[in-house]
Design a protein around this ligand. Structure first.
Ligand SMILES: [Zn+2]
Length: 586
């Protein structure tokens, strides 16, 4: 499918035109029929929206994330998506007497939440696999696999994800033998919760392209073997590719269905937008078909997976910026280094718990520079994964040089994660206008061991949301699902508390780096929208923007912090349409 290349002028013309089109042709499916209009106005001959196309919410607590008017009680919008007015009940009830009225009865409204780093396509694929999160034993894993097997064809692999031996009575890696009795013939491959280990049965190992026994190893990976040199069934990092590369691809039909399920899950949790970092041609094509079919129920900001084939294709044809704001393809994701947990993040000094090890750069500085240059030359935004302080420095250096060389590029380049930044590099984010795209739940997942990796001094500059914000940098928040959970309530809670769900540690982990509730909300709305060039359309509730919003049972800004993860998403509206309603309480 050719991609429309739109100039800003053409785009705004199309946005205007699309208001008219969406009224008749592009009504997106709603899960619940809209309430009947209070008063039916006479049919209008013009193609303009009729009065009964206007919905007026009133009697609520509306946190707009619009600094000009942070709090309101009423909002009027066209069903076709555009917000007409935000203000107080009296003024809006007088201004829109014929609108369909909905009394919020004191409930809270916030802008639709945007996850600025969530792997939607991977998440969808994970929904087609056996879910092993939270299993308490190997026996429970086998039990869940047997249930999942019911949905499979005779020759399908049995795939699963999410096991964690730390949750089991004996906290040791499992083996093929644990699976072989239940599944002697069907190949089984199960990804560990962190994605850094795979657990296979003997049938799967027998299908590998090469004999897995012996004493050889894969660079960047590890095959666990017994004393006789036979593989035990555990494959670490790159070694897992020996099996992953022979798994038949999930069928297109299954993936298209799974994408619908994944989008519904996002809506259920109050998410109306997601930035998916790192998509190949096949995934990009699926999302374009979803757009063409009117089946995108999230605003998707899709980044290419690296500066290779997918970028070349998009650069030659694109960028794609859907005038309705449902699909943007104008960015590339690169990898700077690994992760702290596996000591793959590139550090300036040794790991505190592994002298002599400073981690690894995925790309040497020169190659990073070349790839960042290539992305900027195409006019795209570049987003680079950088976790260690050396990884961050190499990426900031490359971005600074490339920005000077390509002054026409619209910028807003992003460092994904930015977990450990050297004190002398912190100010460079604001100076260069580089966005720190950070994931609050990474901090609360890592806080149990992160200080061991980097020691008591460097930890002060780790997951440094407050410091970065105070330096003038823009933060965009996200979750990195499915590495972390999709649920944005957990991210909001982690951002303001730096505690786990049990309230530990008391007072918060390095609590000086907490942000306020408003800042956390902005990170998951307006600032995330900015990171995806969508802030003129979404991210706050104000006149002229699209009506993407969430109705909550209680006030996010005033309930006790510990209650934030328990807020109930009652409704999610996207582009003026209600796409999710919580089931009625029994
Ligand atoms: Zn990620």
């Amino acid at each position: 499918m050719p991609l429309p290349r739109l100039t800003p002028r053409a785009r705004s013309a199309l946005i205007g035109a699309s208001l008219l089109i969406t009224l008749s042709a592009c009504e997106r499916p709603a899960t619940q029929a809209p309430p009947a209009p209070v008063e039916v106005a006479p049919e209008s001959a013009a193609a303009e929206p009729r009065p009964n196309d206007i919905v007026l919410l009133h009697g609520g607590i509306i946190h707009t994330v619009d600094s000009g008017q942070p709090l309101a009680s009423a909002m009027a919008f066209y069903r076709s998506g555009e917000i007409l007015a935000v203000g107080d009940d009296a003024a809006l009830l007088a201004a829109f007497p014929d609108a369909t009225q909905r009394d919020l009865a004191g409930r809270t409204v916030i802008p639709g939440l945007i996850d600025s780093h969530g792997h939607l396509h991977n998440f969808a694929e994970s929904l087609t696999r056996a879910q092993l999160m939270g299993t308490q034993s190997k026996e429970e894993v086998v039990q869940r696999l047997r249930e999942h097997e019911q949905s499979l064809g005779a020759n399908d692999w049995l795939l699963g994800r999410g096991w964690d031996q730390n949750d089991w009575p004996v906290q040791e890696f499992p083996s093929a033998a644990d699976l072989d009795q239940a599944f002697p013939d069907r190949p089984v491959l199960l990804e560990r919760i962190d994605g850094h280990a795979a657990w296979a049965n003997s049938a799967a190992m027998a299908m590998a392209d090469r004999d897995l026994s012996g004493d050889w190893q894969v660079e960047g990976g590890l095959i666990y073997r017994d004393a006789a040199g036979q593989p035990t069934g555990i494959f670490i990092d790159k070694a897992a590719l020996l099996l992953e590369q022979i798994v038949p691809a999930t069928s297109d039909a299954t993936m298209m269905e799974a994408l619908d399920l994944a989008q519904d899950e996002l809506l259920r949790l109050g998410l109306t937008g997601v930035h998916d970092p790192g998509l190949g041609r096949v995934a990009m094509d699926r999302f374009q078909r979803k757009l063409a079919q009117g089946q995108l129920r999230t605003r998707l900001y899709a980044m290419t997976d690296g500066a290779g084939e997918t970028l070349d294709w998009l650069c030659a044809n694109g960028p794609l910026e859907d005038p309705d704001g449902f699909l943007f393809m104008r960015a590339t994701k690169l990898y700077g280094d690994g992760a702290l947990g596996s000591r793959g993040a590139a550090l300036l000094e040794d790991y505190s718990d592994d002298p002599g090890n400073r981690g690894l750069l995925f790309l040497q500085a020169q190659e990073m520079q070349a790839q960042v240059d290539k992305v900027l030359a195409c006019g795209f935004q570049v987003a680079v994964h950088a976790i260690g302080d050396r990884g961050n420095r190499v990426v900031l250096d490359a971005m600074a040089a490339a920005m000077a060389a390509h002054p026409d590029n619209p910028g807003r380049h992003r460092v994904e994660h930015a977990q450990l930044v050297a004190p002398e590099d912190l100010a460079r984010f604001a100076e260069l206008g580089i966005i720190a795209a950070m994931q609050p739940t990474h901090a609360t997942s890592d806080m149990y061991w992160a200080e061991r990796r980097v020691g008591p001094e460097r930890i002060q500059g780790a997951y440094a949301w407050r410091t970065l914000l105070d330096s003038g940098a823009k933060l965009a928040f996200g979750s990195d699902f499915p590495v972390e959970q999709v649920d944005p309530r957990l991210g909001l809670f982690a951002a303001v508390s730096r505690q786990d769900l049990a309230g530990e540690p008391a007072g918060g982990w390095y609590a000086d780096e907490r942000v306020t509730r408003y800042e956390a909300l902005r990170g998951f709305t307006l600032d995330a929208a900015y990171a995806g060039f969508m802030e003129k359309m979404v991210g706050s509730l104000e006149e002229g923007k699209r009506a993407d919003f969430v109705v909550l049972d209680r006030d996010y800004m005033s309930i006790p912090v510990a209650e934030i993860p328990k807020l109930v998403v009652l409704e999610t509206w996207l582009d003026g349409k209600q796409l999710y309603a919580a089931p009625e309480a029994p």
